[in-house]
Design a protein around this ligand. Structure first.
Ligand SMILES: [Zn+2]
Ligand SMILES: [Zn+2]
Length: 273
């Protein structure tokens, strides 16, 4: 088993479909990693349906840990459709940051309930465990995978995760706003030396001028962080629903001029050295 993190949804805001979005995909944010002992999922955008299909093919049931970065719609919209929620042999642990101003368990329960969805979160009879991330510590171990976190600037709070497994380190920083000239040195420290940095590039530098404070960054800022933090490969993600494949190809060319090891996140991309 490779234990590589797979990008299951790279789109921000809302899903997209159509022939202009086939190369990079239209599903919203979701990442997964299947190890010999567990399934780890980050966020439940529409890409989580792809993870459910992979779980269905596993020869044995593995415990599932679903970590949320935050609860904006594009990161939870796939959650009620996640098949293991309806499998009474599944074991699911859901985790998020207890320092949020909302009570995240209530937020998730309100989202998956009537009238938005016919089945409430508590109505399914599977072994489900809602647990706070142990933020008094620096990191936690999820069945052999080391995971640490960093609170990033984004409306209603958001976490970036640093995931370490089999000598591969990946930082997932979807939904974060830093401007090119104002990057928190503590965030650079958090990313330091990672093999992969998956970074929010929702806006182009031109668009960003009009969208300061909306909670997202640019590819340009991503290249600066990648260079400062000694990143192996920079993966740009959280693509605007307006961004067609050809627009993303253009961004890739521009970003590579600044940081040559830049890639564009696409559905099915495996983060493997
Ligand atoms: Zn988002
Ligand atoms: Zn968000």
């Amino acid at each position: 088993m490779s234990s590589a993190i797979t990008i299951q949804g790279a789109r921000g805001t809302i899903p997209e479909c159509g022939k202009s979005f086939l190369k990079y995909g239209g599903n919203t944010t979701c990442y997964s990693m299947i190890t010999e002992k567990s399934v780890i999922i980050i966020d439940a955008g529409t890409g989580i349906s792809r993870v459910a299909a992979e779980i269905a093919k596993l020869p044995k049931k593995l415990p599932i840990t679903l970590l949320f970065t935050h609860f904006h719609m594009d990161h939870v919209v796939g959650f009620p459709c996640f098949d293991p929620l309806y499998d009474k042999n599944a074991s699911i642990t859901i985790m998020a940051d207890p320092r949020r101003r909302d009570n995240w368990e209530h937020t998730l329960q309100a989202f998956m309930d009537k009238p938005y969805w016919p089945v409430g979160l508590g109505d399914t009879d599977i072994k489900m465990n809602l647990k706070d991330i142990p933020v008094s510590r620096d990191a936690m171990d999820v069945l052999g995978t080391r995971i640490s976190w960093f609170k990033v600037p984004h409306p209603q709070q958001c976490l970036a995760y640093r995931i370490e497994k089999n000598n591969t380190t990946t930082v997932i920083a979807t939904d974060v706003e830093y401007s090119y000239d104002n990057i928190d040195p503590a965030f650079i420290n958090f990313c330091q030396g990672a093999d992969f940095l998956v970074f929010d590039a929702q806006f182009t530098p031109e668009e960003y001028k009009k969208h300061k404070g909306w909670g997202h960054s640019t590819w340009h800022t991503g290249t600066r962080i990648a260079a400062c933090a000694g990143i192996g490969r920079l993966i740009l993600t959280h693509h605007s629903p307006k961004r067609t494949d050809s627009a993303l190809n253009k961004i890739l060319r521009e970003a590579k001029n600044e940081f040559s090891r830049t890639y564009i996140a696409h559905e099915g991309m495996k983060l493997q050295k």
